[in-house]
Design a protein around this ligand. Structure first.
Ligand SMILES: C[S@@+](CC[C@H](N)C(=O)[O-])C[C@H]1O[C@@H](n2cnc3c(N)ncnc32)[C@H](O)[C@@H]1O
Length: 476
């Protein structure tokens, strides 16, 4: 057990103990999301992290039940939070502890006028219904409940939870841990359905899933009165999530069609071409979030269009990886000048935008346009066999907060990188703002990730030995 604390030991001892139960997905994102939420709400917590990352239970000490409710009003990965009444590794021990439960808990929540229900869940092993009923009978004998049992809408819900480890095929006969506690609040899982891309009006091929968008918004610490910007905005999924948390949102994209809701539709059930109302604004309207929507613009993220430094409170984005869409920026390999009278009607040509440049440009942009303390949250695609932490881009004004992996296939994953602006550009001596770097840049060539993504399996395995694309290619 590794212990970590944002509060002094004496303070934390007086606090009640809680159990946060996580959903079984995006395991690597659990703690970064949770820690970001603590920072957003300015809540101190004593957290007892287990070494087993897949364990869905997180023991906490919190200053109040209210702080627990606030945390649950933001978390997408937290399923529910319990006030922990007892935990043990055997039922004999659990019931003994429950018999000696503090009197104030019993007198506040087990009164005759308080209806209740008990739910039983087991993690890592299926529990049949007769056993569930047997356990409910046992625990209601031990805890001196006095109110009516109410299954539909009880005043209080209690949970009895068993944990058998994370490998259902090798689950032990008896649970490792047993918990009993009172439900404080559910998390925000229902938002995943509310903002589901499947039901959204305007979508594209790379629209970000609702759960990941909401996790990113938490990592970006999106909250009321903030200004959040997405430089590769696409269909605006990340803007929806940030606006949900009350932030004002804006963005840019190089693709005229996506910004103006034109071109071919990505919806399976739709006509071939997008209808007149397929736009980010319509999505915002349908979600009742239009008041947070500033607007979006056609612009190339590699070029500077903003006048004022430090204007954004957060930058949140999913840049193109070149797998499902091309990585392009404005430019030409030819050297030419445009006549004055042709400028207005001129459509610039585009050239390949190398992955390494996309990410160093993004960090340089964030270092200049984020306010101090503001966050940059973005996805970085990596080749799994070749990954090492020094492939995460660096900037002297930005501090890495977290870096979590989402596996896409055997050879490619993407990492959700969260950085915080901790210095102003002017504080860096002998330097201009363009000083982002990637210490180990193995993605130099154009479409470097795409090439790896579409490699045959036999070739992918060779990546392990660093035989392919080992930083020496430079194809455009
Ligand atoms: C992965 S998608 C973003 C998807 C978006 N998060 C969503 O939910 O719809 C990347 C976007 O970057 C845009 N893009 C590509 N190159 C660009 C550039 N140089 N400047 C700005 N946008 C660019 C693409 O048009 C695409 O819409």
């Amino acid at each position: 057990m590794a212990a970590r604390s944002r509060a002094s030991a004496t303070m934390a001892n007086k606090w009640s103990q809680y159990l946060l139960v996580f959903a079984h997905e995006h395991i690597d994102f659990r703690m970064p999301e949770f820690q970001s939420i603590l920072s957003i709400l300015n809540i101190m917590a004593e957290v007892k992290e287990t070494e087993d990352k897949e364990n869905p239970f997180l023991l906490l000490r919190l200053p109040s039940e209210e702080s627990g409710r606030k945390i649950m009003s933001r978390t997408v990965l937290g399923k529910y939070l319990l006030e922990l009444w007892a935990s043990a590794s055997t039922y004999t021990e659990l019931y003994e502890k429950l018999r000696h439960c503090p009197q104030e808990l019993i007198s506040s929540h087990c009164r005759p006028d308080i209806s209740f229900k008990v739910r039983v869940n087991s993690y890592g092993k299926t529990m049949k219904q007769p056993r569930q009923l047997e356990l409910i009978d046992e625990v209601t004998e031990v805890v001196p409940f006095q109110g009516k049992v109410e299954l539909r809408n009880p005043d209080q819900t209690f949970y009895l939870l068993e944990y058998y480890g994370t490998d259902p095929n090798n689950a032990p006969e008896k649970p490792y841990d047993i918990y009993f506690g009172r439900l404080i609040s559910d998390g925000q899982r229902e938002l995943i359905n509310r903002y589901s891309v499947k039901k959204r009006h305007f979508i594209g091929n790379t629209s970000m899933a609702a759960d990941l968008s909401l996790i990113m918004a938490n990592q970006a610490m999106a909250r009321p009165n903030m200004l959040v910007m997405d430089p590769f905005v696409g269909t605006g999924s990340l803007l929806v999530a940030c606006a949900h948390f009350g932030a004002y949102v804006t963005g840019t994209d190089i693709d005229y069609n996506i910004i103006h809701g034109r071109g071919k539709s990505s919806r399976r059930d739709a006509n071939k071409y997008r209808g007149p109302n397929e736009s980010i604004r319509t999505n915002m309207k349908l979600y009742n979030l239009e008041k947070f929507y500033i607007d979006v613009m056609v612009a190339d993220a590699s070029r500077n269009i903003w006048r004022q430094q430090s204007i954004f409170d957060a930058i949140i984005t999913d840049p193109p990886y070149g797998i499902r869409e091309a990585t392009r920026k404005i430019g030409s390999s030819k050297d030419y000048t445009i006549e004055e009278e042709q400028i207005a009607a001129h459509v610039p040509c585009s050239i390949g935008y190398h992955l390494a440049d996309i990410f160093t440009d993004l960090l340089n942009f964030a270092a200049f346009y984020l306010r101090l303390g503001g966050r940059l949250v973005y996805w970085l695609p990596v080749s799994r066999p070749e990954y090492s932490p020094d492939q995460i881009p660096d900037h002297p004004c930005l501090t890495l907060i977290s870096n979590s992996e989402q596996v896409l296939n055997i050879s490619i994953s993407r990492r959700l990188v969260t950085m915080e602006k901790t210095r102003e550009i002017e504080e860096i001596e002998d330097s201009d703002s363009m000083c982002a770097e990637i210490k180990n840049d193995i993605y130099k060539g154009h479409n470097a990730i795409r090439k790896r993504y579409f490699l045959p399996r036999s070739e992918r395995m060779k990546l392990k030995d660093g035989k392919l694309y080992n930083g020496t290619e430079n194809q455009t």
